[in-house]
Design a protein around this ligand. Structure first.
Ligand SMILES: Cc1cc2nc3c(=O)[nH]c(=O)nc-3n(C[C@H](O)[C@H](O)[C@H](O)COP(=O)(O)OP(=O)(O)OC[C@H]3O[C@@H](n4cnc5c(N)ncnc54)[C@H](O)[C@@H]3O)c2cc1C
Length: 447
């Protein structure tokens, strides 16, 4: 081993979940290290151009996610890097939250430093040392050699449950039966789009767009997202197994982020599959961009402005933890006594093998609870998970995976880790009421 670092809390993965976990742990006073394989922070939000964040609200417009995530929005707004929460003109949810990914990268690093977190970029966790059901350390492979990071509590925010998996905790992948996961999507941006022309076309041809598009309000609402162009898409007959075009506007006034490519049947934890997916995704980007430029009104002068540094991965491994959030828990808006986060985002399954998207909305007050026990893996007493790899079914993951909920479970994991370090206890012995109290003082919405 070339170097050893000693910490209280070690957060693996610097995506939306890991960043917020590390900020919360750092603010608790614990010596915190955040490890990220790329040269920048943000995970899917930056590496794969995932945009916008959705959603902080229920479909009725009640805010159910705040805390550190809201603090970030407020600070992005101050630097003109986000308009805040705006109405979703797709009509799928009530609000969406556009943001500038380059400002997010920097803001996240600033907030981590303010919280006293030591950040290690360009560091890949590839080994986990376990003794007596406790993770002792993780090993990083870096340009400067192998680094061992010892800690008291570890947080797996890798999206892929890499830490839990390497430590031997039970994990699951994809849907029951065939293990197929939601498809991957290579996202891209185009500039030079005439969004007034796009809106005008939508108002003149409502049948060609998603049925929940808020057409009555559209003349006065800024266009934030568009779903449809069924006729154009069908006529083009591209070799992409999808039935509609989806894009969101921004961050610049003539810019859109396109979420329309689809790569199915490949495993995001298999490097050969990933290699194939990156090539397929990029070929689809060129096809879809040319389709949009040549066929969609308002795109005549548009051109590609950026493409994800990696393909967007919706689903891979998740822990088979102490409790797996169920589809009924989400749809019925079930309450849990150990709630540590809430969300109003519907179940939204991009078909692992077919063309469409399956959606189911949350009933009750429009939000469901994520209980603390979903963050806990089996067999390990000092590991918490946060973000996309928490314990859920394939169906429930289709809502917990959205960025604001990942930020919220990240904050919960970081605060819980802080308590476990302070009291020298296992993560399953953390006092839930104290955790909830601390989170609410820190702005989280749990009621
Ligand atoms: C195509 C697509 C469209 C989406 N659309 C939306 C949307 O419109 N709105 C929305 O809110 N959400 C959307 N999502 C969901 C959201 O982007 C992700 O689920 C969310 O980013 C997950 O956050 P995370 O922090 O758990 O994981 P990630 O964002 O995946 O972050 C994990 C981090 O860990 C790092 N890492 C992984 N393994 C290691 C390792 N072994 N060592 C070191 N570092 C490691 C990664 O580099 C990454 O930075 C979309 C996702 C995809 C793929």
């Amino acid at each position: 081993m070339d170097k050893r670092i000693i910490a209280d809390v070690v957060v693996c993965g610097g995506g939306p979940a890991g960043v917020n976990a590390a900020i919360a742990a750092g603010r608790s006073g614990a010596r915190t290290v955040l490890v990220e394989r790329y040269g920048f922070i943000g995970g899917m939000s930056t590496a794969a151009l995932v945009y916008p964040w959705m959603t902080f609200h229920t479909t009725e417009g009640k805010q159910v996610i705040a805390g550190i995530a809201q603090e970030m929005i407020d600070r992005l707004k101050e630097r003109n890097a986000s308009p805040g929460h705006v109405r979703d003109t797709v009509g799928f949810v009530h609000t969406i939250t556009p943001y500038h990914p380059e400002h997010y990268k920097i803001l996240a690093l600033e907030m981590l430093r303010e919280a006293g977190v030591k950040v290690l970029l360009h560091s890949f966790v590839d080994q986990v040392d376990v003794a007596e059901s406790r993770i002792q350390s993780v090993q990083l492979t870096t340009k400067s050699g192998k680094i061992q990071v010892q800690g008291k509590v570890f947080i797996d925010a890798t999206g892929d449950a890499d830490i839990a998996y390497l430590a031997g905790a039970p994990c699951l992948q994809g849907r029951d039966g065939d293990r197929l996961t939601q498809p991957m999507t290579m996202k891209f941006r185009m500039r030079g789009v005439d969004l007034e022309r796009v809106k005008q076309y939508m108002l003149e041809h409502p049948d060609e767009f998603y049925k929940k598009t808020p057409f009555e309000e559209l003349p006065t609402l800024p266009l934030s997202g568009v779903l449809g162009y069924y006729k154009h898409w069908k006529e083009a007959n591209l070799p992409i197994n999808r039935d509609q075009v989806l894009f969101f506007t921004g961050p610049e006034a003539d810019e859109v982020l396109v979420n329309t490519t689809r790569v199915q049947g490949l495993d995001g934890t298999d490097v050969e599959d990933l290699t194939e997916a990156e090539e397929l995704g990029r070929k689809q980007v060129l096809m879809v961009a040319e389709f949009m430029r040549s066929r969609l009104p308002g795109f005549e002068k548009a051109s590609l402005s950026s493409v994800g540094a990696q393909i967007g991965i919706r689903e891979t491994r998740r822990i088979d933890g102490v409790y797996a959030l169920q589809v009924d828990d989400v749809v019925q808006g079930r309450r849990f006594t150990d709630v540590i986060a809430r969300s109003g985002y519907p179940i939204d399954i991009h078909d692992p093998s077919g063309k469409g998207v399956t959606a189911a909305w949350v009933q009750g007050d429009g939000a469901y609870d994520i209980p603390y026990r979903c963050l806990l893996p089996q067999k390990l007493s000092n590991l918490l998970t946060a973000g996309r790899c928490i314990s859920t079914t394939h169906e429930a993951l289709a809502t917990t995976r959205l960025t604001p909920s990942c930020m919220a479970t990240g904050q919960a994991a970081g605060s819980a880790a802080g308590l476990a370090v302070r009291d020298e206890i296992t993560v399953s012995d953390v006092d839930i009421q104290e955790l909830q109290y601390i989170m609410e003082v820190d702005g989280a919405l749990l009621k």
